[in-house]
Write a protein that binds this ligand. Structure first.
Ligand code: FE2
Length: 427
């Protein structure tokens, strides 16, 4: 597969040469008998620097489809109207998300852990895990509520979209913009990972401030697919997420029929191993915002709807310092996942494919073993290798779903990891 480099660029791509109109968007008769269709990701009047739209030249416009029929989804709950949540300040941690015993595809396997905000208000997000063992067969989908950031944890997948194919595997992330139609094929026999359904403003690269012009995630390392179309007729299904509900329509053609497109509203992927990690070279553990990969701003300046933050390979060299994450209580709310390896504050109990949730003002930090290791011995430069943990952090508290609280993989004794921290006070 081929990709175009850069983040937010105005890309131009055609799988049949000469398809894109010259100097205009909507010619009277597009080349090759195609239809022209605009896909807007922002309001028409959004400021130019934030305006996102693409023009698609396709075999069938999106209006050619069967009637929408509401079908529901038993485990995907992105609105309190469609499932129970539990308002709890308790710290939460979950063992690995289990694979299904029967055949299940990506769309059907999505299982909601937490949510906040709402699709109606275009704020907040819902966080799901997927664990699937078959490709979406003749099934396509789009999400009118949200863009979807996918963090694969196990197994490679191919996300075939209207605008081209994203190949994803662990260590990568992929983002499908709101409304873009796609299907997910398994490359391996099974796949598992995390999905953030972002109802708010699209993820963007953070400002760098005093860091300067380079560092963290560099724009040139983002990849957007080139146009790739299929001209298939038959019997297909199209699933839609709309205001937290799930709908189905019949199609007589594959909706992945865009022959050429241009614009800046498109899926992308990013290899997290290209992230330029920056940290302390003197003393103290910086706040985790130093590890931000992407941010979806809220309407309150400087306060994220969602930040996507990674804890990956890095040197620890700070002197005279408690090096793991300090004990803390934050106004922000944290959902963490682990792709592989161990996380320094929780060497045990926080497992790949698992998750943890620490909400507004709930105390958390290293467990007893991590505390003892960090406070004993000499502080030599140390490399943290073979680890990739990540966090979605939001200004809005995460409400866990009742299904995940009641699940067999909820670690009901999670708080015990701190209760044996001894009193060390010496007046
Ligand atoms: Fe935290």
């Amino acid at each position: 597969m081929a990709y175009q480099s850069g983040f937010g660029n105005h890309f131009e791509t055609e799988s049949i040469k000469g398809t894109l109109p010259k100097g205009m968007n909507s010619p009277q008769k597009p080349e090759h008998g195609l239809y022209a269709e605009q896909l807007s990701g922002t309001a028409f009047t959004a400021p130019r620097a934030k305006n996102q739209r693409s023009w698609l030249y396709r075999i069938h416009p999106a209006v050619v489809q069967g009637e929408f029929i509401e079908t529901g989804h038993s485990t995907w709950i992105s609105s309190e109207k469609f499932g129970k949540v539990i308002r709890t300040p308790a710290p939460l941690r979950f063992n690995e998300f289990p694979f299904p015993t029967a055949p299940k595809d990506f769309w059907d396997s999505l299982y909601t852990y937490v949510l906040n905000g709402s699709p109606e208000s275009k704020t907040g997000c819902a966080i799901h895990l997927y664990a699937c063992n078959q490709s979406m067969k003749n099934r396509f989908a789009y999400n009118a509520d949200a863009e979807m950031m996918i963090v694969p944890q196990l197994g490679a997948i191919k996300v075939k979209t209207e605008l081209g194919v994203l190949e994803l595997e662990p260590n990568w992330i992929g983002v499908i913009p709101r409304g873009v139609k796609f299907t997910v094929e398994l490359t391996d026999t099974q796949a598992r990972g995390y999905v953030c359904e972002n109802f708010g403003l699209p993820f963007a690269l953070p400002d760098l401030g005093p860091i300067g012009a380079n560092g963290l995630a560099n724009a040139r390392d983002f990849e957007t697919p080139v146009a790739a179309f299929e001209d298939q007729t038959g019997s297909f299904e199209l699933f839609t997420r709309y205001q937290g509900s799930n709908w189905r329509a019949e199609l007589k053609h594959s909706p992945l029929d865009v022959v050429a497109w241009h614009g800046n509203y498109a899926p992308y992927r990013y290899d997290l191993r290209k992230y330029n990690t920056i940290g302390s070279i003197s003393f103290d553990h910086p706040d985790p915002s130093i590890f931000t990969v992407m941010t979806s701003p809220s309407l309150l300046h400087g306060t994220a709807n969602i930040d996507f933050v990674i804890f990956t390979e890095r040197w620890m060299v700070s002197e005279n310092t408690f090096r793991p994450p300090y004990y803390h209580r934050n106004v922000m709310n944290e959902f963490m996942g682990l792709v592989h390896g161990k996380y320094d504050a929780k060497p045990d109990g926080f497992v790949p494919g698992g998750a943890s949730v620490h909400n507004c003002m709930t105390g958390h930090g290293p467990d007893k073993d991590a505390f003892e290791k960090a406070t004993a011995g000499a502080l030599k430069p140390e490399k943290y290798s073979n680890t990739l943990a990540f966090m979605w952090e939001s200004v809005y508290p995460f409400l866990p779903t009742e299904q995940v609280i009641r699940s067999s993989w909820n670690q009901k004794n999670y708080s015990d990891c701190w209760q044996n921290l001894p009193k060390l006070f010496r007046p």
